[in-house]
Write a protein that binds this ligand. Structure first.
Ligand SMILES: Nc1ncnc2c1ncn2[C@@H]1O[C@H](COP(=O)(O)OP(=O)(O)OP(=O)(O)O)[C@@H](O)[C@H]1O
Length: 248
């Protein structure tokens, strides 16, 4: 399997964002995330992995400060970071959202680029990297699912935040596009960014993430790099799928 995470070597002591004991209940409907604790290391791609309903989106929204939680804390470089201040340091890209429906893709990209004070050269290179050129004049509501996803990723990459949270960034992409986008995300970490991605496709996660948080029914069932998880489960050649099944 081709991998884009071979060169990973961040400073493991440099915890950028830490989440401690985060719990979110939806009324009487149950607990969506239950005492979730993890850290993201500066410069890594961290995958929040789990099947449908595991709590991935809830966790990202809670970390982004968009969803009130029942309990738990978030720290930035070791200091508590109140929900209202999270947007200063992180940018959250939700799944299934299409903002600015009546604008053209070009108008959206230019607007967002201006908000984040990006140069024309930067904007052009991100457009090219995501292959948005053929649809720049189309209105957002008329974009195919894959191109709408690319537009959203463009918005995320134009943001200047140190930490990007992305909900299912590869949804709607074919094989080749997925590989290209993985390469693009990897290059972001080379520029000092940290990425937390929620991914339900274990094969995708295994190819792009440096470390994993394995989530099932709102609880963390395992965390670490593939080698750590293999050692912990006694599966020296196990895939992420084998490991997930062994731990859940
Ligand atoms: N607004 C809500 N009200 C009540 N329950 C909710 C709400 N949003 C999510 N849930 C429940 O919380 C749990 C976690 O949902 P969440 O969307 O976070 O999972 P997920 O891992 O992102 O799933 P998927 O991969 O299907 O997007 C599920 O049981 C879901 O039904």
């Amino acid at each position: 399997m081709s991998s884009v995470n071979d060169g990973f070597s961040p400073d493991r002591s440099a915890s950028l964002l830490s989440v401690r004991d985060l719990t979110k209940r939806y009324g009487r409907d149950g607990t969506a995330i239950d005492g979730v604790t993890f850290s993201a290391v500066a410069g890594e791609i961290l995958g929040i992995i789990g099947p449908n309903g595991a709590g991935k989106s809830t966790l990202l929204e809670a970390v982004a400060g968009l969803l009130p939680v029942n309990s738990g804390d978030v720290f930035w470089r070791g200091e508590p970071l109140h929900a209202g201040r999270r947007r200063d340091v992180l940018f959250y890209l939700p799944d299934g959202v299409r903002p600015y429906q009546d604008q053209s893709a070009l108008q959206v990209v230019s607007f967002v680029g201006n908000v984040f004070r990006r140069s024309d050269t930067d904007i052009r290179s991100i457009i090219e990297a995501l292959g948005l050129q053929p649809v720049l004049r189309k209105r957002v509501h008329a974009l195919s699912k894959g191109y709408a996803r690319r537009l959203m990723l463009t918005i995320g990459l134009l943001a200047s935040h140190e930490l990007l949270l992305m909900d299912e960034p590869f949804d709607g992409f074919d094989l080749r596009q997925t590989r290209d986008v993985m390469g693009l995300l990897r290059r972001q970490t080379g520029r000092g960014r940290t990425l937390i991605l929620s991914i339900h496709q274990l094969r995708d996660a295994e190819r792009v993430c440096d470390r994993f948080i394995l989530l099932s029914a709102g609880q963390v069932r395992g965390s670490g790099g593939l080698a750590d998880l293999r050692a912990r489960t006694g599966l020296p050649n196990g895939s992420l799928e084998d490991i997930f099944l062994a731990l859940t």
